[in-house]
Design a protein around this ligand. Structure first.
Ligand SMILES: Cc1ncc(COP(=O)(O)O)c(C=O)c1O
Length: 373
């Protein structure tokens, strides 16, 4: 009923013939570490099915999944076209690739014409997020996949904020999906795990790189993530319903300058989101606090259960600050370009009673507004 955890980093062989078969890939087995254990195989086949991909490989985190993608697919001198609205650490990792001569052109991925212009010059990868972090922009994966393929590029989608419950990029033509399964897929803030789902021919060399570089996850993390997937759909159903309600409530508050939620009709990508996202619009939203009327520190201090957290996708509602946290390495110019000011927060909406979340926010907004500025 409940599979055991294969908590072993060393595996014995019955004979040299068996070792030869395993190392040469003829037989299924585990050469070294935990990779390829029954726990890994179970989670990877489950995630491949969820993403509707041929194959999947897990890694020790969302960032190691992206590193494996870049190291496997990018030759020196390669060019990447990336959404200007990526998770800040992903952009920093692309910056690290410059020392191998990899260049990145940042574009507004929600503007297909702009991406088409960028593709006039050859590129190996187009990298987008299905819901961008933290501005919640939703690009048209279907059109971008066609465009990338017409120009000989691969489309990679970081699907972390939407997750496979709300979005399956491969069904829209994307070549590869990256998930930080650390977040809602595992769902309890107790695991760091990544996954890459794609065609077998893409996954096979990536799996070799992950094994060589030691980028794979341990068995216990994989087991915890697999347990998380059993309640994943139920959690997302509740969390996205909560987020939709909360977005409307926040949008009606005077102290909130703007709410970014793809499910709202005032969202600039709402029409695209209706096609790209299913079963609701996700559990993530962003809000902009009017800092001229509300003291951010007092607001945060008045919150009791809603914590300031860099990560997302847990059972409890949490907030993340773009300037000091997710986009601290983006630099001031990029943050200004994206409108990521001091009052900009990303909110990961949890599965609690939404009435409790609203009453806590109401109290905190009231306290912060009555603080003299
Ligand atoms: C969109 C996105 N991709 C990747 C990551 C990195 O994931 P991990 O923390 O598992 O390395 C994050 C983390 O917040 C993220 O938001």
């Amino acid at each position: 009923m409940c599979e055991p955890i294969y908590q072993s980093s060393a595996w014995s062989f019955d004979s040299l013939a068996q070792a030869e078969a395993v190392f040469s890939g003829v037989a299924v087995g585990i050469p070294h570490r935990a990779y390829g254990s029954p726990n890994h195989r179970l989670l990877e086949s489950l995630l491949a099915e969820l993403e509707q991909a041929e194959s999947c490989v897990t890694t020790a985190g969302g960032m190691s999944a992206l590193a494996a993608v870049f190291w496997t697919l990018l030759e020196p001198g390669a060019r990447v076209i990336a959404s200007h609205d990526l998770f800040g650490v992903t952009a920093a990792l692309l910056g690290d690739m410059q020392r191998w001569g990899v260049t990145t052109t940042y574009v507004d991925a929600t503007d297909v014409g702009v991406v088409a212009d960028a593709l006039r010059q050859s590129a190996r990868l187009v990298l987008i997020e299905s819901i961008s972090n933290p501005r919640m922009r939703v690009p048209d994966i279907e059109r971008l996949a066609r465009l990338a393929h017409d120009h000989g590029a691969l489309l990679i989608v970081d699907n972390t904020l939407a997750g496979p419950y709300h979005c399956r990029p491969i069904t829209f033509g994307a070549d590869m999906v990256v998930e930080a399964a650390t977040k809602a897929l595992a769902g309890h803030h107790d695991v760091v795990l990544g996954a890459i789902a794609a065609r077998q021919e893409i996954i096979t060399p990536m799996r070799s790189l992950i094994e060589r570089a030691g980028l794979g996850p341990g068995a216990f993390d994989v087991w915890l993530a697999r347990r998380g997937t059993m309640s994943y759909a139920l959690r997302q159903e509740r969390a996205s319903a909560n987020a939709a309600q909360l977005a409307d409530w926040l949008a009606a508050r005077d102290a909130i300058q703007a709410v970014h939620y793809p499910g709202r009709t005032d969202h600039p990508d709402h029409e695209v989101a209706r096609r790209m996202l299913t079963s609701g619009y996700g559990s993530m939203l962003s809000l902009e606090i009017d800092t001229s009327h509300l003291d951010v520190d007092t607001f945060l201090a008045a919150l009791e259960h809603i914590r300031l957290v860099h990560s997302l996708g847990g059972a409890a509602t949490s907030l993340s600050h773009a300037v000091t946290m997710t986009h601290r390495c983006a630099g001031e110019d990029r943050r200004r370009e994206l409108g990521l000011h001091w009052g900009f927060f990303r909110m990961s909406v949890g599965i609690e009673s939404i009435a409790d979340v609203i009453s806590e926010l109401e109290r905190a907004l009231h306290d912060a507004a009555s603080t003299e500025r």
